[in-house]
Design a protein around this ligand. Structure first.
Ligand code: DP6
Length: 349
């Protein structure tokens, strides 16, 4: 027999960034972060997990290619979920798995991203969130979503935020064992559904410095990062929560842009410096800043993760349509910009 579960999890984009760990194994951050989870149909991971007595070992395929599960991150997620597994009965198929059987059974995992892996589009976030969620369903784990987020966190920090829709805060927590470092939902997907998110794919090439090693180097060498995590982010988190609660787009946009810029300043402050953005990214920032200034109030927010792709957030469909037209006009797809656009949030644009 074989028992299978399929789940789909969207990626999330941080508007107040996570950058830096205080514990590398448990993946515990040095500051809180806030993100918005995208609509599942646009940038997501679909994962099927299967269990069968005929499987001889745990195996995983990512986008059709077998990958090793030997890494500590996969092992942590598998171990944590297995230790919480319960009895599973499927009368139709005549399957009965007892709680204690899960230690002896092996799983096969097939995962697909509908967007470029490791191009700074937070693929690990959707990937580990989906892995943990689907394994939890397969093994009848009864933990609430917050507890599952703390398991996904051990796969990739940003993954803990993808277990919720809408606006999500990852609380850094204080415990050494990480038990209080988990995600909470700040507002559901319906709270501010006028927002439209557009991702301008500047380059789908794999990034040179992974987030994991980049943030390790920043923690070791950047004085700005330590100032940021202690003095800047705690205040910004409160301001961002308020902006989200009151749907205050100008404040939301200002905080999002400044936080992205400070994150990239930290990367420059790292020794040797890390460059995630390229010339096109910088041109997009200049363009958005000029547009916002000319209107007297922010029209669009921009944010960049560990890669050159721009995530642009418009307050409504009208501005988003205008933004898309302008992007296509000023940044036409060409050999050196490789700019194409995903439209997130509203397919009719
Ligand atoms: C810039 O979650 O990919 O996207 O925890 O080492 O797997 P690990 O790092 P990861 O880092 C994400 C960094 C970021 C900001 C963010 O998503 O908050």
């Amino acid at each position: 027999w074989i028992l299978m579960v399929t789940a789909q999890t969207p990626t999330n984009i941080a508007v107040i960034k996570y950058w830096g760990k205080r514990d590398e194994t448990l993946i515990l951050p040095i500051n809180d972060s806030i993100s918005v989870t995208l609509d599942p149909e646009h940038l997501c991971t679909t994962t099927t997990v299967a269990v069968s007595p005929s499987f001889e070992s745990d195996k995983m395929w990512l986008n059709g290619k077998e990958i090793s599960l030997a890494g500590g991150r996969y092992q942590s997620c598998l171990r944590e979920i297995r230790s919480r597994a319960n009895d599973v009965e499927d009368e139709e198929k005549g399957i009965s798995i007892k709680k204690q059987d899960w230690d002896k059974l092996h799983v096969h995992i097939a995962s697909f991203n509908n967007f470029p892996t490791a191009a700074g589009l937070a693929s690990s976030a959707a990937g580990f969130a989906c892995l943990v969620y689907s394994l939890a369903k397969l093994m009848n784990v009864k933990e609430e979503q917050g507890k599952l987020s703390a398991i996904a966190r051990q796969g990739s920090g940003s993954a803990c935020r993808s277990l919720f829709g809408g606006f999500v805060k990852w609380i850094m927590g204080n415990e050494a064992n990480g038990s209080d470092s988990m995600a909470v939902q700040l507002a559901s997907e319906t709270h501010w559904d006028d927002l439209v998110i557009i991702i301008a794919v500047v380059s789908s090439r794999q990034k040179e410095t992974s987030s994991t090693s980049g943030m390790r180097e920043s923690v070791d060498t950047s004085p700005l990062l330590h100032y940021r995590s202690k003095e800047v982010v705690p205040k910004r988190i409160l301001q961002m929560e308020e902006a989200i609660k009151t749907r205050d787009f100008p404040s939301f946009a200002k905080l999002t842009c400044t936080d992205s810029n400070q994150f990239h300043a930290v990367c420059l402050d790292t020794s040797p410096p890390i460059f995630y953005m390229n010339d096109t990214s910088h041109r997009i920032i200049s363009y958005m800043e000029k547009w916002n200034r000319s209107q007297g109030t922010p029209q669009v927010a921009y944010t960049f993760d560990a890669g050159p792709n721009a995530v642009l957030i418009a307050p409504n469909r009208k501005v988003a349509t205008l933004l898309l037209q302008r992007l296509l006009f000023y940044f036409p797809p060409s050999a050196d910009t490789d700019l194409s656009s995903f439209v997130i949030g509203d397919k009719s644009l």
